[in-house]
Write a protein that binds this ligand. Structure first.
Ligand code: NAP
Length: 289
């Protein structure tokens, strides 16, 4: 039986993987959380990876507080860059394949058409820079790695934009939400399915593990304003939503104005079907209800 290690299993993505992994009976999963494995302890991280004959390592850890990262650069780098490199090194030493997750924030957002994997990167924030450097170091340490860049992740677990909008929508009569940042919301459950599909189709010899960078988000395009209207409408929350500009909502870390990802590569290589973001939002909201 193949062994899979999932690191950072209490976050949005990690929890979705944990919820789904029981369907894969030929794989044995081990999960770690911040409590059981702090990835900034690189000795412990290496020892954990080397403790079993893992075939696959899935890294769901990240320093994801985008604004806070501007003032906590050192910690963001330890988690998003250094630990990722160490995961690559330790995985290589035992011949394990790595699946790691990165972000649309590696781009500057000046495109007007969906970003392909080979598009020029130019991170605008500490979070984006540390994630981008993590990608590079991982591929250098262990070329047998798949890196999936995703965007606007939400789920029924943890804190995210969907939950914040539901809470604010119930508390207030009116909300101002940005309409000049365009991207695609992604349900973490769909990303978890894609990751498990990549592992399953590799060990079942259907679609071999093909290393490199991939883009995955749900299908379609939205602004935060459109996303908010859809959330409130589906939840029957009657709060007025005003469309505001990025300049009216200043944040410590700049956000890309446009970060739609082109997903042709992952669909072609792994034969993955990607749900439309509104359909996935329905799935997540019914879970939350
Ligand atoms: N969230 C988004 O909108 C978004 C967008 C694009 C890409 N991504 C990427 O998608 C991936 C998954 O994101 P997510 O939303 O699932 O993130 P998340 O919910 O913030 O989960 C990250 C997990 O990492 C854990 N962690 C933090 N520091 C750690 C450490 N030193 N040692 C061990 N574990 C640590 C966190 O533990 P605690 O919760 O206990 O701190 C949490 O369980 C990440 O790579 C992220 O960069 C996310």
């Amino acid at each position: 039986m193949k062994q899979v290690l999932v690191i950072g299993s209490e976050g949005q993505l990690g929890t979705e993987i944990k919820d789904r992994c029981t369907k894969l009976s030929d794989l044995q999963f081990t999960f770690t959380s911040l409590e059981t494995l702090d990835v900034t302890d690189t000795q412990e991280l290496t020892a954990t990876i080397r403790s079993k004959a893992y075939s696959y390592i899935v890294n769901c850890t990240a320093y994801t507080a985008v604004d806070k990262a501007e003032s906590e650069q050192e910690l963001a780098r330890k988690i998003n860059t250094v630990a990722v490199e160490k995961i690559g090194e330790a995985a290589k030493s035992i011949g394990a394949k790595v699946i790691h997750v990165s972000t649309d924030y590696v781009f500057d957002g000046k495109n007007h058409f969906p970003y392909k994997e080979e598009a020029q990167t130019s991170a605008q924030s500490v979070y984006g820079e540390t994630k981008l450097e993590g990608e590079k170091r991982l591929l250098n340490a262990n070329p047998d790695s798949v890196i999936i860049r995703t965007s606007w992740l939400y789920s029924a677990h943890g804190n995210n934009f969907v939950k914040t909008m539901i809470r604010l929508g119930l508390e207030r009569d009116e909300l101002g939400v940005i309409y000049d940042q365009i991207g695609t919301p992604t349900y973490a459950g769909d990303l978890a399915d894609a990751i498990l599909h990549i592992i399953e189709s590799d060990y079942k010899l259907q679609f071999p593990f093909t290393a490199g960078i991939y883009h995955y988000s749900n299908e379609g395009v939205a602004s935060w304003y459109d996303f908010t209207l859809a959330i409130l409408e589906k939840m029957n929350i009657s709060c007025k939503v005003k469309a505001i500009e990025t300049k009216d909502y200043p944040t410590p870390a700049p956000r890309p104005h446009y970060s739609v990802l082109n997903k042709s590569k992952i669909k072609a290589v792994y034969n993955i079907e990607i749900p439309y973001w509104r359909d996935s939002l329905d799935v997540c909201l019914s879970k939350m209800k």
